[in-house]
Write a protein that binds this ligand. Structure first.
Ligand code: FES
Ligand SMILES: [Fe+2]
Length: 393
């Protein structure tokens, strides 16, 4: 559905800062190269602690990070072939999470029924992915297509982000091309205009016209001469729960989001730059060039963004009832999608409650287990923002 691109004041519905994820998608949890054979690391996907390990043959497995015996974290254990052994009493679990050996149990005795939850995993685009939802649905969900990954004309720069903020705040930062103001000292983009906005059941696509001037135009290959203003179109595509954005095929950014908890998010991104000399670049120069681009081109922008996102979260936590105003319809559409996806999952899973984390918003609702608040359902797929005056005068 095409949406109007007019900038108009709307009230932000704070529920978007409280919703959980739809776990029936693939989420990236680690760079594949950081997980060596026989290594086990702890990862978290939306409050689910997971022990991620690579077996002796190089295959990756994910088990709930809690031993079914006494709850010791399995990531402290040891990989034995394709099994993970708990560090406490040495119980061994296979890749399906089933206890297959207890070293001190007499051989003639039957093993107890003890199983750790296992998660479907995949390894693609240099990342390890976990499906934290219903395992039966994992085959129906594909990963985002990344054609640049195998294109020798594109130079790939992997970037990790870590934010003390709810994933909605992080996602809005990516969709919000109007924040070029923040990066003006870095000669980022300026004079943005929202050209086109489209919303589907699981995506928001926004095209923005932006201007560049200065050294960035040269780095991005937009012009030979950084002294002239160059006008380009940036397409930002949020396909729940991840991002793809493209600058007219010259550069692309795939931003894979990992919501860890209500106030913590990570991202695994790959920036692709179309470099004229890419095919000829010797292997030995690739790593140093990658680090240079990451350090001097990307990280200064990211640091500024992180400061804003964490500041936003900080103020929100101080008063969850404070009202905010947004004028970018792309952000409102994004918020609608994030809430809708969570509600959809709650419906699919047959849950009777919404997962709301912050009791300050619904202080009259009964508190459920583990600090999760039970509240009445909210309407699904309804535009939650109501038009209001922009209060400029
Ligand atoms: S707690 Fe894991 S084997 Fe005992
Ligand atoms: Fe930014």
């Amino acid at each position: 559905m095409e949406l109007v691109t007019t900038l108009k004041g709307q009230t932000v519905q704070n529920i978007v800062r409280e919703v959980g994820i739809n776990p029936n998608h693939w989420y990236p949890v680690a760079w594949a190269e950081t997980l060596k054979p026989e290594q086990v690391i702890p990862v978290v996907v939306w409050q689910q602690a997971i022990a991620l390990y690579r077996d002796t043959d190089g295959n990756v497995h994910a088990l709930e990070d809690a031993c079914p015996h006494k709850g010791v974290q399995l990531h402290k254990g040891q990989v034995m072939g394709d099994r993970l052994a708990c560090p406490y009493h040495g119980w061994e679990f296979d890749s399906a999470g089933e206890c297959v050996n207890i070293p001190y149990l007499p051989k003639e005795q039957k093993l107890p029924c003890a199983q750790a939850r296992s998660y479907p995993t995949r390894e693609q685009y240099g990342m390890v992915w976990v499906f934290p939802g219903d395992p039966a649905l994992s085959a129906d969900h594909t990963l985002m297509d990344v054609p640049e990954y195998d294109d020798p004309d594109f130079f790939a720069v992997p970037i990790t982000g870590h934010f003390q903020a709810h994933f909605s705040i992080c996602n809005e930062n990516t969709m919000d091309v109007f924040h070029g103001h923040l990066h003006k000292n870095l000669q980022g983009w300026f004079d943005p205009v929202l050209l086109k906005l489209r919303e589907t059941a699981d995506s928001v696509l926004a095209d923005y016209r932006v201007n560049y001037e200065g050294w960035m135009t040269k780095v991005l290959g937009l012009s030979e001469d950084g002294g002239k203003v160059t006008t380009r179109v940036v397409s930002v595509h949020y396909h729940y729960p991840h991002y793809y954005s493209s600058l007219e095929g010259i550069s692309s950014l795939y931003l894979m989001r990992l919501p860890m908890g209500p106030q913590e998010t990570r991202s695994f991104s790959i920036l692709f730059l179309k470099l004229p000399f890419c095919r000829l670049l010797p292997q030995a120069l690739r790593q140093p060039l990658m680090r240079l681009i990451r350090h001097y081109v990307f990280m200064p922008f990211l640091r500024q963004d992180v400061e804003m996102m964490e500041s936003e979260q900080h103020t929100y936590q101080g008063n969850a009832k404070r009202r905010y105003v947004e004028i970018n319809p792309a952000i409102i559409a994004l918020q609608r999608l994030i809430v809708r996806q969570h509600e959809q999952f709650m419906q699919q899973s047959g849950a009777q409650t919404s997962l709301l984390i912050n009791p300050a918003i619904h202080s009259s609702s009964p508190v459920g287990e583990a600090g999760v608040l039970a509240s009445s359902r909210t309407a699904i797929g309804e535009p939650r923002a109501t038009p209001m005056d922009t209060s400029r005068g």
